[in-house]
Design a protein around this ligand. Structure first.
Ligand SMILES: *Cc1c(COP(=O)(O)O)cnc(C)c1O
Length: 345
């Protein structure tokens, strides 16, 4: 895997499994823009079935999936409601404005959830001077730095609220399998009220690249055309899709291990200093650490870990995050905890 370096920065650092490498080498492929790649077709059918939706589309990245979805579901000048800590709003190079020409209405969240009243107030009344509120964008797990899983009843309530006012609901489900596994449910159950969603293959599922857009047949037909407009059509993409099939079929089953390791990490951190972690947050594979709460500066701590071959992500002067994944086992967590104890105590 990563040699001696223990890389907790993100679950995007995962290397493809041996089964993925074998599947990629053996894949039967064709020209997917001509609709002739059987492996891509198999991945798309598998993803649609897993989520209980009509159709799916394979894309090069979660970012492109989000951008294609917004472009397929909006018109110039529309307004879309997004989370203040969402990927769509913060980490896509201004794509929603630059590519789709829509404006964002960012909403605050409390422990990952929007207030229903705030969502209602954010939906514009129709009028000649108002932008048209078109989409409610949710993310599950929510918040890059905290990975909060959102439950089915919350998603249903948000969707009801949006649908009542004629908005569509789009879900950035980059880590939707983490959300489902952590709540003992299925992605199909969680996403039942959602109109369209994306799920990343290249995070905890460990595929080298790729994301799936999933939704109605009409949405996916339009998304395929938008993807082509953005230059995202691919030819013999089956080699990459083959890894995606392994990701969906097998890697989604082991995420509970990552969550156990994250819980072990958070408990170990709390044992060093209770102020480092928020024990009240539901957890998936992300642990946010607040060194500032005990008056510490994160920068020298990150450097001291790095000197011990342990990499974590610094968010700001006070906070860091650590992510567990397929390349991080229980021993790696214990090694990191021992190093942190030494550095902090
Ligand atoms: C990683 C991520 C994306 C983007 O996926 P890429 O494949 O890295 O482009 C989108 N949304 C969320 C919530 C993510 O974590």
């Amino acid at each position: 895997m990563n040699g001696k370096i223990l890389d907790f920065r993100s679950d995007t650092v995962t290397q493809p499994t041996d089964a993925m490498r074998a599947a990629m080498a053996a894949a039967v492929v064709g020209d997917d823009i001509m609709g002739e790649d059987p492996t891509v077709a198999r991945l798309e059918a598998l993803a649609a079935a897993r989520f209980g939706k009509e159709a799916a589309l394979f894309l090069i990245s979660g970012t492109m999936a989000n951008q294609v979805a917004v472009m397929a579901l909006t018109q110039l000048g529309d307004e879309i409601i997004v989370g203040e800590e969402s990927h769509l709003f913060n980490l896509e190079a201004g794509g929603i404005a630059g590519l789709s020409g829509v404006q964002a209405r960012p909403l605050r969240s409390e422990a990952g959830r929007f207030d229903a009243g705030a969502v209602r107030r954010a939906i514009r009344p129709r009028g000649v001077q108002s932008p048209l509120s078109r989409l409610l964008c949710l993310e599950n797990t929510y918040d890059l730095h905290r990975g909060i899983p959102l439950p089915a009843d919350y998603l249903q309530a948000m969707a009801d609220l949006a649908h009542e006012r004629d908005l569509r609901v789009y879900l950035d489900g980059a880590r939707i399998f983490n959300a489902a596994v952590s709540q003992n449910t299925t992605v199909a159950a969680l996403c039942a009220p959602i109109d369209a969603l994306q799920c990343c293959l290249c995070k905890g599922l460990a595929a080298p690249v790729g994301a799936m857009l999933i939704g109605s047949r009409a949405f996916i037909d339009r998304a395929r055309w938008v993807r082509q407009r953005l230059g995202g059509g691919m030819r013999q993409a089956g080699h990459m899709a083959a890894a995606g099939i392994v990701a969906l079929e097998t890697m989604s089953l082991r995420l509970g291990e990552d969550h156990d390791n994250a819980r072990h990490l958070a408990e170990g951190l709390a044992g060093i200093d209770a102020r480092l972690v928020d024990p009240s947050l539901p957890r998936t594979n992300v642990v946010q650490i607040d060194f500032g709460a005990s008056g510490r500066d994160a920068t020298p701590i990150v450097a001291a870990l790095q000197a011990r071959q342990i990499r974590i992500r610094q968010i700001d002067a006070a906070r860091c995050r650590m992510v567990t994944h397929w390349g991080i086992d229980r021993d790696a967590v214990d090694t990191a905890l021992a190093a942190l104890r030494e550095i902090l105590c």
